[in-house]
Design a protein around this ligand. Structure first.
Ligand code: TYM
Length: 329
């Protein structure tokens, strides 16, 4: 059986990268798979979160899933901390994963920065909790953006070692990442060498899912480019990182090939392309933005979706404890 699991952290500022790299694919895949979509609040607290803001952001991510088109009646939408199996299995994986494996994780190095001694222990074992999220449901496929690839490789290593150590050869599946579409790594609008990120101090670096049409237009207008007109070929676009990023965003939002878009805009003023991109982004993101607002005006509804999702998730995640030898009298 094929099952999808994926998660998004409720750390504020959900952006276009989260949408194109992940959430939009959650919606597209739900017709072919049984899907479990999680707001990973326990991952969020590996860095400090204001409790009231964490609650707000948790609802916001759930609302974004639903507003983007996830069918919460058919699929499971819930928040991680409501299902104890995640942290229980993560503890087991803390004892399966090796220090050497975790030491290679680039996300830890990026997030801990120079002051590694002062990073939380949770941030260090973050990938083990992520493996637990996925494997608690024996998910076979995980839609994510490119930045999560290394974590999914670790998830496979953990699954394999667990299966070997406990002589249960096929217990955990070797999960496949699904990194889909033209925008698997959306870059900052201010710097084409940096990933678009929730934590970038400049709000102009990203298009938030909560931005209205005026904010989207302003951010695209101010997006960094160069004085040259639109390139004619993909190879030429690749030498201009900010241009290449906007082209990828256009391709993803319009479901068209980059080459097709270049054929339309080659040699034209960059401002004409930005204008078309603004119209496209407003057309695609506007309805999601409006629906998120509507959902968040009634937190009771979102809370009910999360509660119902957690009940259904809990019923799936178990079994592993007998294998490890935990007595459950
Ligand atoms: P998070 O919350 O940082 O991001 C959520 C999803 O958005 C994708 N993404 C991007 N895609 C394209 N361009 C970008 N600039 C960009 N920024 C983010 C991410 O790849 C991700 O798919 N560790 C995960 C959350 C997680 C998880 C899981 C994911 C926890 N447990 C289990 C999958 C399965 C994270 O921090 O995502």
């Amino acid at each position: 059986m094929n099952r999808i699991f994926s998660g998004v952290q409720p750390t504020g500022n959900l952006h276009l990268g989260n949408y194109l790299g992940a959430i939009r694919n959650f919606v597209r895949l739900q017709h072919d798979y049984e899907c479990i979509y999680c707001v990973v609040d326990q991952h969020a607290i590996t860095m400090w979160q204001e409790p009231a803001e964490l609650r707000r952001a948790t609802r916001e991510v759930a609302a974004a899933f639903i507003a983007a088109g996830v069918d919460a009646k058919k699929q499971i939408v819930f928040n991680q901390s409501a299902v104890p199996a995640h942290s229980q299995l993560a503890w087991i994986f803390n004892c399966v994963a090796r220090m050497g494996w975790l030491n290679r994780m680039t996300q830890f190095k990026e997030k801990a920065g120079k002051d590694r001694e002062n990073a939380s222990a949770g941030l260090y074992v973050y990938p083990n909790l992520m493996a637990a999220d996925i494997l608690a449901y024996k998910a076979t496929h995980v839609p994510v953006g490119e930045d999560q690839k290394q974590h999914l490789e670790l998830t496979r290593d953990i699954a394999q070692k667990f299966n070997n150590d406990f002589s249960v050869p096929d217990f955990f599946p070797l999960t496949e990442p699904l990194i889909l579409g033209e925008a698997t790594r959306v870059m900052s609008l201010r710097d084409g060498s940096k990933k678009m990120s929730k934590s970038d101090p400049s709000d102009y670096s990203r298009i938030n899912l909560t931005d209205d049409a005026d904010a989207i237009a302003l951010k695209i207008r101010k997006a960094k480019t160069d004085p040259l007109p639109m390139p004619a070929t993909e190879a030429e676009a690749e030498t201009r990182p900010e241009v290449d990023n906007l082209l990828g965003i256009y391709a993803a939002l319009s479901d068209r090939q980059r080459s097709d878009i270049l054929a339309e805009f080659a040699g034209r003023e960059f401002s004409a392309f930005k204008k078309a991109l603004t119209d496209l982004a407003v057309e695609k993101l506007g309805p999601i933005n409006a629906d998120m607002k509507r959902l968040l005006a009634d937190p009771g509804y979102v809370d009910q979706v999360l509660k119902d999702g957690a009940t259904r998730a809990r019923a799936i995640a178990d079994e592993v404890y007998d294998i490890v030898g935990f007595l459950r009298p």
